[in-house]
Write a new protein. Sequence first.
Length: 236
Amino acid sequence: MKKQKGTVLNCFSPPVMIATMVIEVSLAIYTLFRYKLGTFVKLSVLMLIGLATFQLAEFNVCQGNAAAAWSRVGFVAITALPPLGLHMMHVLANKKAGKTVAAAYLTMLGFMVFFLTYSSAFSGHQCTGNYVIFHLSANSGGLYYAYYYGWLAAGIALGVRWAKQLLVKGKMTPRLQAIQGLIAGYLVFLIPTTVVNTLKPSTISGLPSVMCGFAVLFALILGFYILPRAAEHKRG
């Protein structure tokens, strides 16, 4: 393979994919042992497992281990993340998970069925050595990114609104800090991803891979900042 000219994104290499997966799985296990199994804890564990699964899928694609099957598994895993995040925001703000969350989960299921059952969902894949490029079928890529960024944006917008409401009512509470932490968690992988895509436009084709490479920062914020403020510790 010829070496690529310009900046090389070694931070997304296969060994780091495995290291990232280990961090995310470890955080999920720690969360299960550390906190009582409430709704937010369950959603957090699913989020961490989803992130870890995509890293494992990327690694197997790069190793040539049933790459087509792992592409489907990886996309099913990351498709769950925006609705889970939206649901988590509702739980933190003590809001009922109503029609908006239901709509997010329904669209999630639609894309999951598409990735699992449509034989031409992927037209190919490529491991560049730095990140993975998944080639979605014609016309599906734009819809998928609209789904992904749309629900992420909805989660951020609702979080900002509810944080303002809580701030007006009183002092900085753990719940408010957790909401702000979740918003910050979104931004710490969205902003760096946008910067990378701007500086190196060729990485746009590897957007899910690049985004999930930075998502380990979100996982750390979730594990060490949000959960301690949002979940109840186990006694003993």
